[in-house]
Ligand binder design. Structure first.
Ligand code: ATP
Ligand code: MG
Ligand code: FE
Length: 344
C-alpha cells in the first residue's frame, strides 16, 4: 500500500510517500524556522498560513520524487495531533479533501507515533519489543513499545521537555532560535567541567524527568560570568548539554534494566544531538544493549514519519482501508497510549 502522508502540527510542513515494505519513497519538507526566528518562537497564526501556502506544492514535489501520480496512491495520512490546532487543521483538511476526491481512506496519525516509529526507516531496523526515548521540543517520555500501536508509558517529564530545556537555556545564553542545535554547536568549544549544574532526578528510582530547574541554575551562573566572556559562555553551554544528556542517558539505561529489554530507540529532535548519541552508545554497550536512531534529517518533524506510521498501521490491521469518513477532527492534546482514531 502506497501512503501519501502530511505533517503540519507545528512549524514544519512535510509531505511524503511511503510503504511498509519499501519504507520511504520520497519526502518534501519546508521548515518555517526562518520566519519564526524574529519572534523568538513559533507564532501559531503565521504557522497555519504558511502551511496553507506550502502544502500543495510540497505534495506535488513528494509525488514527483517518488515517480508516482495520485492515481497510484492507496491511502492518505495526516498528523491529527498533538500540536497547534490551526496548523493541524491545514494538513487534516488537505488530506481529507484528497481522500474524498480520490475515494481513498484517510488515516489520522499521532505525531509522537510518527517520531517513535521513524527509527524503523533507518538500517539496521530495530525489532520489537524496544524501549523508546522520545525527546522532542514538547515531549520527553520513555515508552515500552511491543509493536505498532502497543505503547505503554514508563516515565515522562514532570515539567519542561528536554528540547525545551535546550531552547530556553540557549535563549538565556543569547543564542538564536531554535536553541538546541545552536547550544550544541557552542558546547563543542566549551569545558563541561567548569560549571557544576544540577542533574534533576538523576538517581530517583522512577523513570521521570524534570528539567525546569536547570534554566534557573543557568540563569544564576550567567549572572556570575562576564557576558562578553565567550569562553565562559561556551563552558556554560557545554555544562548545560552535559547535564541534560547525562540524565537522559541514565534514565534510558534504567528503563532497559527495569524492562529487561536490550534495544533502545531514540526519536524526536533532541535525538539529533551528537553527544547524546555518543553517550548512549557508550552506556549501552557494556549492558549488551544497542541504541537505534532515525536518519539524521528525520529526527525533527517531517512527513516521512507520518506516511510510514500509517503504512505500518495499515499492514498491522490497525487502520481500516475501506473506511470513508463523513467528518474528521484534530486533537491538540492527545496521549500516545491512546494512539489510534482521534475521534474515539
Ligand atoms: P513535539 O514533537 O513534542 O510536538 P517538536 O515537533 O517541536 O515537538 P521536534 O521537531 O521533534 O519537536 O524537535 C525540536 C526540538 O529538538 C527543539 O527543541 C530543538 O532545539 C531540539 N534539537 C534539534 N536538534 C538538536 C540538537 N542537535 N541538540 C539538542 N537539541 C536539538
Ligand atoms: Mg519543529
Ligand atoms: Fe515533533
Amino acid at each position: 500500500m502506497i501512503v501519501l502522508g502530511f505533517e503540519s502540527s507545528c512549524d514544519e510542513t512535510g509531505v511524503a510517500v511511503a510503504s511498509a515494505g519499501r519504507g520511504l519513497l520520497a519526502h518534501a519538507l519546508h521548515s518555517q524556522i526562518d520566519m519564526h526566528r524574529e519572534y523568538g518562537g513559533v507564532v501559531p497564526e503565521l504557522a497555519s498560513r504558511d502551511h496553507i501556502r506550502r502544502i500543495l506544492p510540497l505534495a506535488r514535489q513528494a509525488l514527483e520524487g517518488a515517480g508516482l501520480s495520485l492515481a497510484e496512491v492507496d491511502a492518505v495520512a495526516y498528523t491529527a495531533g498533538p500540536g497547534l490546532a490551526g496548523a493541524l487543521l491545514v494538513g487534516a483538511s488537505v488530506a481529507q479533501a484528497i481522500a474524498w476526491a480520490r475515494d481513498l481512506p484517510a488515516i489520522p496519525i499521532h505525531h509522537l507515533e510518527g517520531h517513535l516509529l521513524s527509527p524503523l526507516l533507518a538500517e539496521p531496523r530495530p525489532a520489537f519489543p524496544f524501549v523508546a526515548l522520545l525527546v522532542s521540543g514538547g515531549h520527553t517520555q520513555l515508552m515500552r513499545v511491543d509493536g505498532v500501536g502497543r505503547y505503554a508509558l514508563l516515565g515522562e517529564t514532570l515539567d519542561d521537555a528536554a528540547g525545551e530545556a535546550f531552547d530556553k537555556t540557549a535563549k538565556l545564553l543569547g543564542l538564536g532560535y531554535p536553541g538546541g542545535p545552536a547550544l550544541a554547536r557552542l558546547a563543542e568549544s566549551g569545558d563541561a567541567g567548569r560549571f557544576d549544574l544540577p542533574r534533576p532526578k538523576l538517581h530517583s528510582p522512577d523513570l521521570d524527568f524534570s528539567f525546569s530547574g536547570l534554566k534557573t541554575a543557568v540563569l544564576t551562573r550567567m549572572k556570575q560570568i562576564d557576558a562578553a566572556d565567550a569562553q565562559a559562555r561556551a563552558d556554560l553551554a557545554a555544562a548545560t548539554q552535559d547535564a541534560i544528556v547525562s540524565v537522559l542517558v541514565a534514565k534510558a539505561a534504567k528503563a532497559l534494566a527495569q524492562t529487561g529489554l536490550q534495544r533502545l530507540v531514540v526519536a524526536g529532535g533532541v535525538g539529533a544531538n551528537r553527544l547524546l548519541r555518543r553517550r548512549l552508545a557508550a552506556a549501552l554497550a557494556p549492558l549488551g544493549g544497542a541504541a537505534f536512531f532515525p536518519p539524521l534529517e528525520l529526527c525533527t518533524d517531517n512527513g516521512a514519519m507520518i506516511a510510514f506510521a500509517a503504512a505500518l498501521r495499515l499492514r498491522a490491521g490497525l487502520a481500516d482501508p475501506s473506511l470513508r469518513r463523513a467528518s474528521f477532527t484534530v486533537r491538540p492534546r492527545w496521549d500516545l497510549e491512546q494512539a489510534g482514531d482521534p475521534a474515539r
